[in-house]
Write a protein that binds this ligand. Structure first.
Ligand code: SAM
Ligand code: DTB
Ligand code: SF4
Length: 331
C-alpha cells in the first residue's frame, strides 16, 4: 500500500488538467484512513461538510422501454412485472412537485423510460419544466438520449440539470447494455453541455464490474472538458426478473472508497448517494457522507424502487447533525 506522501497530493492544476489512471488507482488504494482524510479535506475546501442537498425523483413515464439495460426494472426486454404507464399529465407532475417541495426537496428530477424523447412529447416536458421552476424548485430531467436541438429546447425552457449516466467503464459497458453505446452517452452529455444545461452524470456500482472499471468510470467523468456538476453514485438495486437480479453485492468498504475517489477527482461537484440506500446501514451512509457524498434522493420511492423514506432519513440526518442545504442561488 502506498503512503499518502507516495501519491501526488496536488490536484491537477490549476483546477483542471486531466487525472491519470496511475494517480486515480494509487489514491483508491491508499490506506482507508488516509483516503478518507484526503476526501474529507477536499470536501471541506469546497462545501459545508454538515449540509446535504435533497432531491426528489418522479417517474413521469414508467416502463416499456426499448433499451436493454441489464439493471433496469423498466426495460421491455426484461420480465420484471412492472406496470407500463403513459406520460403523466403536466398538472399532476406539478402537484407532485409541490408535495416534494413541502417535504424539503430543493431539486425535482423527472425521469422517463425512453430511448430518447419523441418530438410530440417535447411540448409536455417543456411545460413540466416551466411549471416546476415556477414553484421555485431546481429542475432536472432524464429522458434518454438528446439531440442538440432537444437540448436547446430544454435549455430555453429553463431546465437546470440533465441526468444521463455513463453507468460504468467503456470496457464493461457492452456487458450491461447492447442497444446503445458508451459513445452515444458521451454525445448526449456533450449536447447537454453545449446547450448550457448543468450536467448530472454518474453510474452504478455492483453490476459485476471490477474495481478498475469503477475507477475508469470516475476518470471518464472527471476528465470530461468540464466535469459534471452532479455525480450520482448508485448502488445496484437488484430487480427480480432483470439480467442482474443475482449480482454479487458490493463490499461496503469498496463502495466507500469509490465515493471518496469521486470526491477527490471531482472536488467541486455534488456527489449523490443515489439508489440503494434502503439496503445500506445508517453507518455505511454516515461513512459515505464523511467520504464526501453530499446529496441524496428523499421520499419513499425512487423511480420504481424503494428508498428509505422521510422518517428514517430525518432521524439519520438529525443524529449526524447534518442539515438540508439551502437551494443554490440561481446563476
Ligand atoms: N431512461 C433514461 C436513461 O436511461 O438515461 C433515464 C432513467 S434511468 C432509470 C436513470 C439511471 O438510473 C440509469 O442510468 C442508472 O444509472 C440508474 N438505475 C436504473 N436502475 C437502477 C437500479 N436497479 N439500481 C441502481 N441504479 C439504477
Ligand atoms: C440516477 O443516477 N439515479 C436515479 C436518477 N439518476 C434518475 C434513478 C435511480 C433508479 C433506481 C431504480 C428505480 O427506481 O427503478
Ligand atoms: Fe430504459 Fe433508462 Fe431503464 Fe435503460 S435505464 S431500460 S434507457 S429506462
Amino acid at each position: 500500500m502506498p503512503s499518502v506522501s507516495a501519491v501526488s497530493t496536488q490536484y491537477p492544476s490549476p483546477d483542471r488538467d486531466t487525472w491519470t489512471t496511475t494517480d486515480a488507482r494509487a489514491i483508491y488504494e491508499l490506506p482507508f484512513n488516509d483516503l478518507l482524510f484526503r476526501a474529507q479535506s477536499a470536501h471541506r475546501e469546497n462545501f459545508n461538510p454538515n449540509q446535504i442537498q435533497l432531491s426528489k425523483l418522479l417517474s413521469i413515464k414508467t416502463g416499456g422501454c426499448p433499451e436493454d439495460c441489464g439493471y433496469c426494472s423498466q426495460s421491455a426486454r426484461s420480465a420484471t412485472g412492472l406496470n407500463v404507464s403513459r406520460l403523466m399529465d403536466v398538472d399532476q407532475v406539478i402537484d407532485e412537485a409541490r408535495k416534494a417541495k413541502d417535504g424539503g426537496a430543493t431539486r425535482y428530477c423527472m425521469g422517463a423510460a425512453w430511448r430518447s424523447p419523441k418530438q410530440r412529447d417535447m411540448d409536455s416536458v417543456v411545460a413540466m419544466v416551466r411549471g416546476v421552476k415556477a414553484l421555485n424548485l431546481e429542475t432536472c430531467m432524464t429522458l434518454g438520449m438528446l439531440s442538440s436541438g432537444q437540448a436547446a429546447t430544454l435549455a430555453e425552457a429553463g431546465l437546470d440539470y440533465y441526468n444521463h449516466n455513463i453507468d460504468t467503464s467503456e470496457r464493461f459497458y457492452p456487458k450491461i447494455i447492447t442497444t446503445r453505446s458508451f459513445g452515444n452517452r458521451i454525445e448526449t452529455l456533450e449536447n447537454v453541455r453545449q446547450a448550457g444545461i448543468k450536467m448530472c452524470a454518474g453510474g452504478i456500482i455492483g453490476m459485476g464490474e471490477t474495481p478498475e472499471d469503477r475507477i475508469d468510470m470516475l476518470l471518464t467523468l472527471a476528465n470530461l472538458p468540464s466535469p459534471p456538476e452532479s455525480v450520482p453514485v448508485n448502488m445496484l438495486i437488484p430487480i427480480p426478473g432483470s439480467k442482474l437480479s443475482d449480482a454479487t453485492p458490493v463490499d461496503p468498504i469498496e463502495f466507500i472508497r469509490i465515493i471518496a475517489l469521486a470526491r477527490i477527482l471531482m472536488p467541486k461537484s455534488h456527489v449523490r448517494l443515489s439508489a440503494g440506500r434502503k439496503n445500506m446501514s445508517d453507518e455505511l451512509q454516515a461513512l459515505c457522507f464523511f467520504a464526501g457524498a453530499n446529496s441524496i434522493f428523499v421520499g419513499d420511492t425512487l423511480l420504481t424502487a424503494a428508498n428509505p423514506g422521510s422518517d428514517r432519513d430525518t432521524s439519520l440526518l438529525r443524529r449526524l447533525g447534518i442539515s438540508p442545504a439551502p437551494m443554490a442561488a440561481a446563476k
